[in-house]
Design a protein around this ligand. Structure first.
Ligand SMILES: Nc1ncnc2c1ncn2[C@@H]1O[C@H](COP(=O)(O)OP(=O)(O)OP(=O)(O)O)[C@@H](O)[C@H]1O
Length: 473
């Protein structure tokens, strides 16, 4: 069993030594701090299985530390060391979030019991956290393997690159890596790199100073700042334009950002996770993604398998989705008729789990008597389903039709404007054309957003962004 660490915070050297000795005999590795400042520092350095703090410290109070631990390190039990008979202080400590207290002079048998309880508590908290792994549904061999890898990489601080088709659960995986790791109490900040206009990217990522460009009316913190101490998840990382790739590489190497218009750089402590449904290694070969950045973000690569490679997970996933939809609608979960389940099991799901969710949501709305028949699923014909998504991966675009090339003309023929005159409101006219094109693609694909995005030469994310912007449900 791995050893547990304990932190003893007391300005009296005798107490520190006594507790170090006693706890050491209980197989704990003890570290000490004599001030609030030192304790804060220690707490950022490691996860303690247990903490003890004195009430009065030269630069603050034990209460302060208890509140800090309760808020930021909830998995660490903390006990207050109080003067004998000081009931009020003990009660206050418990109210602030301490799990127990010990009175001076310390009684060794009381201390022993307290340590045992604390360690149990600490284990329970950890188990609770690792339970969040159950958010990832599926018991197939690839999913079990994925879960084990997630648990392993969560402990490391290395950048992880999550590869996999659209809708396979890459963002979910990124969240789990964050939640199961030591940064779980700090923010998880997801960024869709495909949805930020290129000219705003630098300011979004690094922030800006007031007046640094037209429109910069106030100081603004960037995404790196928002993720300080936590995790920044770069989704659709293949969509980063070249100039941002260079800047990002620098930030990762220097661990510092310089907001636009600022003189000095600011240090950042952020773990980088990234994902794309494209084949990033191919994009590197084609020259549209920098190799040096690829190596930096791809220290560990994690592959999320497509749903058609783990069909045995479909019934459980469908069950969970139907349960959730039932709850949302205030009804019992809809039932899948055997034929419908059979159809789901043999469908290819180019849009993976997200498509399964969409298919079921539509089916619940269409079905009668809360029972989903094969017709309610409206699955696309077999050949069409044959892996639109897999194509995005395998046929990663040639340099001319690449991620940074001009968008391809859509597969449907855009109709030339009937009137040769100028529109009186260009923005509205553009939005109208965009809406018409999107609606046409959606109807042609029976609202299969993955397939529609493909037809429009967009990523699914880009399509979703536009749907939201145009208010298309
Ligand atoms: N194994 C899973 N268990 C439960 N839900 C899942 C699983 N995989 C995916 N999902 C659900 O499917 C949806 C899509 O997942 P997510 O957004 O993580 O996919 P993605 O791979 O990041 O997609 P994209 O490439 O489009 O960004 C989400 O609602 C997510 O909760």
């Amino acid at each position: 069993m791995s050893k547990h660490y304990a932190l003893v915070i007391d300005d009296e050297r005798d107490i520190r030594e006594l507790l170090t000795l006693t706890l050491g005999r209980m197989d704990l590795i003890v570290e000490t701090a004599a001030t609030v400042a030192e304790a804060r520092q220690r707490l950022t350095e490691r996860r303690y299985a247990l903490c003890f703090t004195d009430m009065r410290l030269p630069d603050g109070s034990g209460q302060e530390i208890i509140a800090l631990v309760a808020a930021q390190y909830p998995e660490t039990p903390i006990a207050m060391i109080t003067a004998y008979g000081n009931v009020d202080a003990a009660v206050d400590a418990l109210k602030a979030g301490a799990f127990d207290f010990v009175s001076k002079p310390v009684d060794i048998s009381v201390l022993r019991r307290l340590v045992q309880t604390a360690l149990k508590l600490s284990e329970e908290k950890r188990a609770e956290q690792s339970n969040s792994g159950s958010k990832l549904i599926g018991d197939s061999a690839p999913m079990n393997e994925l879960r084990a890898t997630i648990a392993k990489v969560a402990r490391s601080q290395a950048p992880v690159y999550i590869a996999g088709e659209s809708g396979t659960g890459k963002e979910l995986v990124a969240r789990l890596i964050h939640e199961l790791g030591p940064r779980s109490t700090a923010p998880f900040v997801p960024v869709n790199c495909g949805a930020i206009p290129s000219e705003l990217m630098e300011s979004e990522f690094f922030g800006h100073k007031r007046g640094s460009f037209t429109g910069a009316q106030t100081d603004k913190d960037g995404l790196f700042h928002a993720a300080q101490g936590g995790t920044l998840f770069l989704d659709e990382v293949a969509e980063l334009p070249m100039h941002m790739q260079v800047k990002l590489l620098r930030v990762i190497q220097e661990k510092a950002v310089r907001p636009i218009g600022a003189r000095a750089e600011v240090g950042v402590d952020v773990r980088i996770l990234s994902a794309t449904h494209k084949n990033l290694a191919r994009l590197v070969e084609l020259g549209s993604f920098r190799q040096d950045l690829f190596y930096r973000i791809n220290v560990i690569e994690l592959k999320v398998p497509p749903l058609r490679d783990r069909r045995e997970d479909i019934p459980k996933l469908a069950g969970r989705v139907l349960e959730r939809l039932g709850k949302d609608n205030g009804t019992a979960p809809a039932r899948l008729e055997p034929e419908a389940l059979k159809a789901l099991l043999s469908y290819d799901f180019p849009g993976n789990v997200r498509e399964l969710e969409n298919v079921l949501e539509r089916a619940v709305a269409l079905c009668e008597n809360n029972s989903i028949g094969i017709g309610d699923l409206r699955l696309a014909a077999g050949e069409r389903a044959a892996s639109v998504a897999a194509e995005a991966w395998a046929n990663t675009p040639t340099p001319t039709a690449g991620a940074y090339a001009e968008p391809r003309p859509p597969a449907y023929a855009a109709e030339p404007p009937e009137d040769e005159g100028f529109p009186s409101d260009l923005a509205a006219a553009v939005a109208e054309t965009e809406r018409a094109a999107i609606m046409k693609a959606l109807e042609a694909t029976r609202w299969n957003r993955t397939a529609a995005a493909k037809q429009l030469g967009l990523t699914l994310r880009q399509l979703r962004y536009r749907l939201e912007k145009l208010g298309i449900e």
